[in-house]
Design a protein around this ligand. Structure first.
Ligand code: UD1
Ligand code: UDP
Length: 388
């Protein structure tokens, strides 16, 4: 019998980023895999699992509307513990920085099971932003036995915090594995308005927003900025796949009523979202995953945050941090719409976050941790720009 690796996840971005790893673990002859979902994101999680054809072995079903951070944490700790006792995994993999991720890491640590942290070492440097993710990822670092860092920068962050460099492998981000496998497929939009938008030839401004630290005034400002942009630019289409969180919807959507060049949709299946990303002209977002994906496709990204734990694409010039000030959002979007040289400089395709082989490196590093294999090469950023 091979060592059993348990993968625990609960939100949309975790599901997208663990899907290629689960597939690679299933294909491995050295390791066995068991999948556990917490259900922190009920609908958005199930949507991703369906797309990738993953049927979780265990579902902790912790979701509740209006759930607090403490409630999700408490439920994950309480409900995962007996599963750990029953299944006795050799290691537990968690991804990123959500409540699911850190609570699951703690539960595994309390049972003295080795924690493998996928997407380790991201740091904004500000414990309050992103909230609560920066704290979550630092806590997970402290209890992890193996750190799968996506980039050399994230590896360096860990080493600076006295993490033993021998316990860090640089894998690239598995989101690029998921993206490359997904955009290669020819997916049709379910919503006919999107099919029409894609074939209209009108430039699309793709917007996503959900960050907790922007709830309230800042997010209202995002809504007002979008209204101004859409009103000033009737030749453009603004497309907003809305996050399921009612707090987000109530802050943004009222500002967009009555505008016929604004298209608000439900959360899109990952295949449809990546196609939309590929046909968009500009991306305006506060999402972590979208910041990592859009540069691969050569789409300029304006990030509505004050800081980022993903500096690589900022350094590459394809991502610009613009904050959440309403006027600044309008100014920066307009500049990208009007200034062809500025647009061209930002639209260079580059892959600072991965080469599509992160899952393979992760499996090899886990196999080494469990004494049934050896690591492969680390991911290093290509110096030449990728082609999209
Ligand atoms: C969570 C993560 C965040 C991640 C984001 C990705 C934490 C603390 N936050 O934030 O790191 O970037 O997911 O989207 O873990 N809801 C639904 N159905 C769903 C999902 C959410 O109705 O499928 C609604 C519920 O009312 C829920 C609310 O959204 O109470 C917030 O969900 P929650 O998981 O608590 O936090 P997010 O803001 O989604
Ligand atoms: N995404 C999706 N459908 C959507 C919006 C986003 O599949 O309607 C994907 C996107 O491609 C990315 C991930 O969801 O991989 C990002 O999720 P989110 O922004 O919710 O979380 P974050 O990455 O900020 O933690």
């Amino acid at each position: 019998m091979q060592p059993l690796v348990m993968v625990v996840y609960g939100t949309r971005p975790e599901a997208i980023k663990v899907a290629p790893l689960i597939r690679a673990l299933e294909a491995s002859t050295a390791l066995d895999v068991v999948t556990v979902v917490t259900g922190q994101h009920r609908e958005m999680l199930d949507q991703v699992n369906e797309l990738f054809g993953i049927v979780p072995d265990v579902d902790l079903d912790v979701f509740e509307h209006g759930q607090s951070l403490a409630q999700v944490t408490a439920r994950v700790l309480e409900r995962l513990d007996p599963v750990l006792v029953e299944r006795r995994p050799a290691a537990v993999v968690v991804q990123g920085d959500t409540t699911t991720s850190t609570a699951a890491a703690l539960a595994a640590f309390y049972r003295q099971l080795p924690v493998v942290h996928l997407e380790a070492g991201l740091r904004s440097g500000d414990i309050a932003s992103p909230f609560p993710e920066e704290a979550n990822r630092r806590i997970t670092t402290r209890v992890a036995a193996l750190h799968l860092a996506p980039t050399e920068e994230s590896r360096d962050n860990l080493v600076r915090e006295s993490v033993d460099a021998a316990t860090v492998a640089v894998t690239g981000n598995t989101v690029i594995d998921a993206l490359l496998a997904t955009v290669a497929k020819d997916v049709a939009f379910t919503d006919p308005r999107l099919e029409q938008a894609a074939s209209s030839g009108r430039p699309v401004l793709l917007v996503t927003t959900h960050r907790r630290e922007s709830w309230g005034g800042a997010m209202e400002g995002v809504g007002r900025a979008l209204r101004r942009i859409a009103s000033d630019r009737p030749d453009h289409l603004v497309v907003l796949p809305a996050h399921r969180n009612p707090v987000v919807r109530e802050a943004v959507l009222p500002h967009l009523e009555g505008l016929d060049n604004v298209l608000v949709t439900e959360p899109l299946a990952y295949g449809e979202f990546t196609r939309l990303l590929a046909v968009s002209r500009i991306v305006l977002t506060d999402s972590g995953g979208v910041q990592e994906e859009a540069p691969s496709l050569g789409r300029p990204v304006l990030v509505m945050r004050e800081n980022t734990e993903r500096p690589e694409a900022v350094e590459a010039g394809t991502v610009l941090l613009i904050g959440t000030d309403e006027d600044r959002i309008v100014t920066e979007v307009s500049r990208l719409m009007d200034d062809a040289e500025h647009y061209a400089a930002m639209a260079t395709a580059t892959n600072p976050y991965g080469d599509g082989r992160a899952s393979g490196r992760a499996v090899a590093a886990i196999a080494e941790l469990l004494g049934v294999g050896t690591r492969t090469d680390d991911f290093t950023v290509r110096t030449t720009a990728a082609t999209s």
